[in-house]
Design a protein around this ligand. Structure first.
Ligand SMILES: Nc1ncnc2c1ncn2[C@@H]1O[C@H](COP(=O)(O)OP(=O)(O)O)[C@@H](O)[C@H]1O
Ligand SMILES: [Mg+2]
Length: 372
């Protein structure tokens, strides 16, 4: 069993600065877990702690039932793939893939079989005699993957492995990697700052942020399936980080009767899931969250609403299949979504859009936590 358990894991590179604080969650056997968060929040540090390339300052790390805090990297049965591929330039593709097995003194026929299988899986058969410099970026990335999979490890660790590829290849490799993981069923931890990769690849996502200097704040903001994270973000950080374009996060107030949320004179009825929370917060400040796809033109949306919002068009972003409209309301900029490219409003035009009220989110402005 190659589950991974993090219990109050902490890391300080220097006594003064804590980079990782109080990380507690588990990764199940066979699971594809994505760590997502902004650059510098500590994703690689956690991955390197799991790999054994970085010491653990506090807490416990288990792989299966074994505490591995002090176990040597080579005894952890883990294969890691980096953004930089780290191939040996003077070796052929075959030898690059085989090298890890050769140093482990595996018999040559067995090595040949495993390299062949990996090359079949990754479509590298025609390139086994080439050196890395005669390969494209995508092919080099596949060689790095091949080197990891021939080892048949209990755990794969990936650190932004697609970041050096161009956009098209990244989309392709994203799907290939997911397929490969589903086939091999090897427990996988995948680090990325790209929330689209997180949403599309992971069985579950752990959303991380910098932990700062407050000893009560952990790097972990939420862990859950992609749809849990998207549909019910647990706090303002997750709400703002996951989703493109970003969720509108608006300073608002719960009406004195607790039935509406007031936002610059617009009354937005509280949806059923927030009834109790809104009653409890009557008259209080809240942050109202609405994703752009839940604000749209009356004749284009496929939902019903009698709540509309009016502003002045600031900028249009045509994306091909839709147009994101940014509009101003009393100094706040909101984003909504238009479906049609004909009869688009112009900059400075007034615009009135419907709000899908049951898709709203409410957060406490002080604790930054979701209200219900
Ligand atoms: N070897 C190191 N010594 C000191 N600080 C480091 C070291 N490695 C990383 N850091 C710091 O730890 C923080 C987290 O880094 P890292 O784990 O690389 O973040 P991420 O992978 O999320 O971009 C950063 O502030 C970085 O500067
Ligand atoms: Mg990193």
């Amino acid at each position: 069993m190659a589950s991974i358990t993090l219990e109050h894991l902490g890391k300080s590179y220097t006594p003064e600065v804590t980079v990782i604080r109080d990380l507690t969650f588990d990764i199940k056997d066979g699971e594809f877990m994505v760590f997502v968060g902004p650059s510098g929040c500590g994703k690689s540090t956690v991955l390197r702690m799991i790999a054994g390339l970085e010491t653990i300052t506090s807490g416990t790390l288990k792989i299966g039932d074994r505490v591995v805090n002090d176990m040597h990297p080579k005894d952890r049965d883990i294969a890691m793939v980096f953004q930089s591929y780290a191939l040996y330039p003077h070796m052929t593709v075959y030898d690059n893939i085989a090298f890890g097995l050769q140093i482990r003194k595996i018999a040559e026929p067995e090595i040949k079989k495993r390299v062949q299988e990996a090359a079949d899986t990754l479509g590298l058969n025609a390139y086994l005699d080439r050196k890395p410099k005669a390969l494209s970026g995508g092919q080099r990335q596949r060689v790095a993957l091949g080197r990891a999979i021939v080892r048949n490890p209990s755990v794969f660790l990936f650190d932004e492995p697609l970041s050096n590829l161009d956009a098209e290849l990244r989309v392709h490799m994203r799907a290939e990697l997911s397929k490969l993981q589903r086939k091999l069923k090897t427990t996988t931890v995948y680090v990325t700052h790209d929330q689209v990769e997180a949403m599309t690849m992971g069985h579950r996502i752990a959303v991380l942020r910098p932990c700062g200097s407050d000893p009560k704040v952990s790097n972990l903001t939420q862990v859950g399936t992609p749809m849990e994270i998207y549909d019910t973000p647990a706090n303002l950080f997750t709400a703002g980080f996951m989703g493109t374009p970003k969720m509108n996060l608006l300073k608002a107030k719960v009406a004195d009767d607790g039935r509406d949320v007031l936002f610059y004179g617009v009354r937005i009825p509280v949806s059923a899931q927030f009834k109790d929370a809104a009653l409890k917060h009557r008259g209080r400040d809240v942050v109202l969250g609405i994703r752009p796809e839940h604000i749209g033109a009356a004749h284009e949306v496929d939902w019903q609403s009698d709540c509309s919002i009016s502003g002045t068009v600031e900028i249009l972003e045509p994306l091909g299949h839709e147009v994101i409209v940014h509009f101003q309301l009393q100094g706040e900029t909101l984003a909504g979504r238009l479906r049609s490219h004909v009869a688009l409003p112009a900059m400075g035009d007034p615009i009135t859009l419907l709000v899908q009220t049951e898709a709203m989110h409410l957060f406490d402005p002080v604790s930054e936590q979701r209200l219900a």
